[in-house]
Write a protein that binds this ligand. Structure first.
Ligand code: FPP
Length: 239
């Protein structure tokens, strides 16, 4: 089995899952939070070392005020309820994205979750909240520019060091049937294997996660190189 993978998930389809059942959209988000809890529990056994999930994009502020408020409250509850469980099971929680626009109470829950689970090592769970990959690239570029000696160019390595808080993404999963990245981890996904599923996020199960990992294991990652050929067939072309 693969190990220490970085898996990123766009948890899409909560709203449709709920409205299809005659429920308010927020019921879909609540069900989605439960799904996340089950997926976090299953992740280490699937060989995942880092799990980054898109909980609230910077563009999600455009949603109706009541939905935004409900999502903020849900995120706070999730952090409050899960911190103890994560600590007990060795899951380090951290947040990527802007914090300055979040409600004060959510910022306090984030500080507590990050503080209490900071020494955990089994799995790193990163929640992207008020996150935009393009904004992250702009912020890193400005920092790189101010750190560079006058006139020195920004390099891929210098930018990457400032930008990629974790590691490049191995597998990007998006539920809900859409096939786009929606401003999520654009740099980190440069060579990610993309897996799209029609399953709505609340219905996504640990078995679906295992299936995605299995799909990934059968893909050949070449990073721009050429397929791995047996040594003797390469020699044939060199003669
Ligand atoms: C997209 O579904 C999902 C979100 C905007 C938020 C993701 C949030 C959760 C999974 C629940 C809360 C998360 C945590 C960490 C507690 P959508 O609303 O765009 O669904 P739709 O495409 O069917 O409308």
């Amino acid at each position: 089995m693969q190990s220490n993978l970085h898996v990123a998930i766009i948890m899409d389809g909560n709203g449709r899952w709920a409205t299809g059942r005659g429920l308010p959209r927020i019921a879909g988000h609540s069900a989605g939070a439960e799904t996340l809890r089950r997926i976090v529990e299953a992740a280490p056994d699937c060989g995942i070392g880092v799990l980054t999930v898109y909980a609230f994009s910077s563009d999600n502020w455009k949603r109706p005020r009541l939905e935004v408020e409900a999502l903020m409250a849900l995120l706070g509850c999730y952090l409050e309820n899960e911190t103890g469980r994560c600590l007990a099971s060795g899951v380090k929680m951290s947040i990527i994205g802007r914090r300055d626009r979040l409600p004060e109470s959510l910022r306090a829950s984030i500080d507590r979750a990050e503080g209490e689970t900071g020494q955990c090592h089994l799995l790193q769970l990163r929640l992207a909240i008020d996150y935009s990959a393009r904004d992250a690239i702009v912020v890193a570029s400005n920092r790189a520019a101010s750190q560079c000696a006058a006139g020195a160019p920004i390099t891929r390595e210098s930018l990457e060091e400032l930008l990629v808080e974790s590691r490049p993404v191995d597998i990007l999963i998006r539920t809900g049937g859409e096939q786009r990245l929606s401003d999520f981890l654009l740099w980190e996904c440069a060579y990610a294997e993309l897996i799209f599923t029609n399953r709505m996020w609340p219905d996504f199960s640990p078995f679906d996660l295992q299936r995605a990992i299995h799909q990934y294991a059968h893909r050949e990652r070449r990073f721009g190189g050429i397929p791995q050929a047996p040594a003797e067939s390469q020699e044939h072309w060199l003669r």
